[in-house]
Design a protein around this ligand. Sequence first.
Ligand code: PEP
Ligand code: MG
Length: 412
Amino acid sequence: MPKITSVEGRILFNSRGSKTIEVDIVSDNRFLGRVCSPSGASVGKYEAVSFPNENPEDSLKILKQNSQKFIGLESSDLKAIHDTLRSLDNSNNYSIIGGSLAFAVTIASMESASKALEQPLFKTLSTDSEFKFPIPIGNILGGGAHAGPGTPDIQEILICATGAKTIEDAIETNLAVHKELRKVLQKQDPSFTNGRGDEGGWAPKLENLKALEVSAKACENLGFTLGKEVALGVDFASSTQWNEGKGKYLYDRAGFENSTGEQIDFAADIIDKFKLIYAEDAVHEEAFEDMAELAAKFPNTLVTGDDLTVTSKDILTKAIKVKACNAAILKVNQAGSLYDALEFANVANQNNVKLITSHRSGESTDSQISHIGIATGSKMLKVGVVGGERIAKLNELLRLSGHDFICGMAEI
Ligand code: PEP
Ligand code: MG
């Protein structure tokens, strides 16, 4: 079994131009695993903190001081790597070493082991013998914390090629809708700048419902029927609007407020009208009962927790008890280590909660999460449609197409 022979780290930049940490782990003096941590803009209250004191340099210092503790460990032994990180930080949110460090060390180690074992990363992460491609779902129109004033309050309108039979077809269809949407936006506003949000979705001056209408129009222009060849999704990222003091959701850009009941109706109307396949964080991160109302009402929509479940197996267990969601986002850096995230995936899979493995808005050009999506049996992979750091993940799926172990697309 491959053994770790060196551990190094450095400070780099993510796609938003913010500092982050990259870690190199080498096994048997030659097999390099290299991982650069992503970070979010709309961050869940209970997710792992990225860096101690918000400072990547502090995480790097800790790595340098402790790198010897990893030398000699089997790089494929995720639990041993995780336990070593936990010997440095037993807090519940990685506030001592930073979740980004736990992310990079655990994934780099598994990547290094995969190279030594001459198998793809997804195979090292799972004992299954057969795998499916998660269906890509990507941002075509951005707002909220991912785009500037004038854009929708809701954070993301997403496209998913639900009718695609192959991964190539799914990616091409999403790209076609993204391109067509630009034409629709240019037509309805000749001064549209082609500006894009953090995840590559267009960022037009439009209020929420208008943004959904133009997205639907782009699909229809291509001859698609919503709910058939393609479907729309929305990440409401409602914690961004939630104002605890007022007990209301404040839609500052559109100029209205929703009580908790009005928010449920607002989301339900959108799910209905646009036949959404996917509705993420339609209420704020602690509104489990309100989410449960939507999950009960829309069994055929992936009523998904992101900030609600923060890739925490304990919080997901609580969500399952009240049937708050039928799907959940898996973001490894919300959990911290890959070991934590795979435990979360087990809880989801054992309880029929559908997984969506996801990027962050501040990304690297790495593509390991494509393997993590495959290995966890995720139904969808939420990694955007365009932009170098997004395309990197989609291109990795294309590289893997035709792979012996992967047969077909996941069924939602
Ligand atoms: C999200 O909210 O789903 C997302 C990807 O954004 P961020 O990384 O900013 O949390
Ligand atoms: Mg989200």
